[in-house]
Design a protein around this ligand. Structure first.
Ligand code: AP5
Ligand code: ZN
Length: 217
């Protein structure tokens, strides 16, 4: 399957993508994780991306699209993929459509995770991620690690993302409403959008997502 995951910051895209990718046996491609990996390796792309991310803005389309395209062309993505955080505006969605058309493939669904703003703010405030692998995600209240400050999966150090400060989160939410939400209408016009409620326990949301994706087929 080829799926795009969309939803506000803190809706649980990363959390659900990890679980869905495993169940559906497709790679989880997160542009946020790819940028963070570049930041920790201190690449030129990482340095550029960090300046935008820390301000809560989108990284310029040109570099983002090139990075996403490169990742989608890796052999493990041939049979399908789950895109998390890409596309994030209408021009990225158009670029993705062009890329898919060139390859002669199509998206199966755009899964839209809906969560109220006060909930996503709480989720982001308590989020801690692993320095070794940013797909290892915890929450101080909702899914605390067994040992404070230490990743249960790999023993890495847990930290709070630089862009998770209250001020930057407000900016990211504004960017989501103005730039990312319009892609939902863009994909509705293609009949691809399935919307689910992203509140409740993590497993419940995964169950809802799998049901919705099945129903859609
Ligand atoms: P990105 O990394 O994509 O961040 P985001 O979209 O803001 O989303 P988050 O990672 O904050 O939240 P999430 O929905 O994944 O939630 P999570 O599962 O962690 O992007 C970061 C930045 O990179 C952007 O601002 C931009 O600068 C740049 N960027 C990325 N892609 C780009 C693109 N295409 N174009 C341009 N720029 C781009 O969950 C949050 C917390 O809640 C966790 O602690 C988790 O444990 C907890 N939680 C999850 N589900 C539940 C639940 N059901 N119940 C209780 N707690 C839960
Ligand atoms: Zn870890």
């Amino acid at each position: 399957m080829r799926i795009v995951l969309v939803g506000p910051p803190g809706a649980g895209k990363g959390t659900q993508a990890t679980r869905l990718a495993e169940k559906l046996r497709i790679p989880h491609i997160s542009t946020g994780d790819l940028f963070r990996a570049n930041i920790s390796r201190q690449t030129e792309l990482g340095k550029l991306a960090k300046s935008y991310m820390d301000a809560g803005n989108l990284v310029p389309d040109e570099v983002t699209i090139a990075m996403a395209k490169d990742r989608m062309e890796q052999p493990d993505a041939e049979g399908g993929f789950l895109l998390d955080g890409f596309p994030r505006n209408v021009s990225q969605a158009q670029a993705l459509d062009e890329l898919l058309e060139t390859e002669g493939i199509e998206l199966d669904a755009v899964l839209d995770l809906e969560a109220p703003e006060d909930e996503v703010v709480k989720r982001i405030a308590g989020r801690r991620i692993c320095r070794k692998d940013s797909s290892h995600v915890f929450h101080l209240t909702y899914s605390p690690p067994a040992k404070e400050g230490v990743c249960d999966v790999c023993g890495g150090e847990l930290y709070q993302r630089d862009d998770d400060s209250e001020e930057t989160v407000r900016k990211r939410l504004e960017v989501y409403h103005t730039q990312t939400e319009p892609i939902i209408d863009y994909y509705k016009a293609q009949g691809l959008v399935v919307t689910i409620t992203a509140t409740g326990r993590v497993e419940e949301v995964t169950g809802r997502a799998l049901e919705a994706l099945k129903r859609d087929k």
